[in-house]
Design a protein around this ligand. Structure first.
Ligand code: NVA
Length: 226
């Protein structure tokens, strides 16, 4: 069941606790895409079925699962790989840092001032995108304006992040055989060039498909069989 905000009673003042009780009587798992992370935590506290974070302003773990699957398909392993993330220190960067560290992937994050990621797991935080990309096995970028960002900040963000674009020149600094990744939606000409997005070194369209495989595996893991 796909339930949008205006189809839930949450927007009519029902508590998160009651929503968790109601949904738990009808479904085997609840997957939520929202803004504030606390909503997911509160649902999980009260639901009797698994609650899956499908994106909050803070985290995007299902994306990172699909990304790790894509890396494993590309390199045959995860342990010892280096992933460089270029751009806004956002939900995607945070989840990559967390899950990457758990999977043995070294994660470097390069962001401009004011858009840095806070220290997360063992991620290395850098300023210059070239320092992050040098020798990396994967180079990842994401939108400069996320869906939970204030639209009025867009112009300022585009200016601050202008030097954090994934182009062929930057990718040339990575290890031989390195792949380019992006969680989409892409904005060619902003955080990635069309040459990289549709080029031979990207694995972005594999990432797209792997969201489905990773999430199916997650459901299988979380939902008791029988
Ligand atoms: N950082 C982006 C990811 C989109 C899949 C956002 O939150 O909008």
């Amino acid at each position: 069941m796909v339930l949008r905000a205006d189809e839930l009673q949450l927007t009519r003042g029902e508590s998160v606790r009651d929503t968790a009780y109601v949904l738990s009587r009808h479904v085997a798992a609840i997957a939520v895409r929202t803004g504030g992370h606390s909503l997911v935590e509160e649902l999980a506290e009260h639901a009797s079925v698994p609650v899956i974070n499908m994106l909050t302003a803070e985290h995007h773990p299902c994306q990172a699962l699909g990304d790790l699957l894509t890396l494993r398909e590309s390199f045959g392993r995860l342990e010892g790989l280096t992933l460089a993330y270029i751009g806004d220190g956002n939900n995607v960067a945070r989840s990559l840092a967390l899950l990457g560290s758990l999977a043995g992937v070294r994660v470097r994050v390069a962001s401009p001032e004011e858009y840095e990621l806070e220290p997360v797991a063992e991620a290395e935080l850098l300023r210059d995108p070239r320092d992050a990309v040098r020798g990396a096995d994967a180079v990842y970028t994401d939108v400069w304006v996320s869906m939970n960002d204030d639209p009025e900040s867009a112009a300022r963000r585009r200016e601050a992040l202008a030097d954090y674009s994934l182009d062929d020149e930057l990718l040339d600094l990575a290890a031989p055989g390195a792949v380019a990744l992006h969680c989409l939606p892409a904005h060619p000409g902003e955080e990635i060039t069309a040459e990289v997005l549709y080029g031979e070194r990207q694995r972005i369209w594999e990432q797209v498909e792997n969201r489905r495989h990773a999430q199916k595996a997650l459901l299988e893991l979380l939902i008791p069989s029988g």
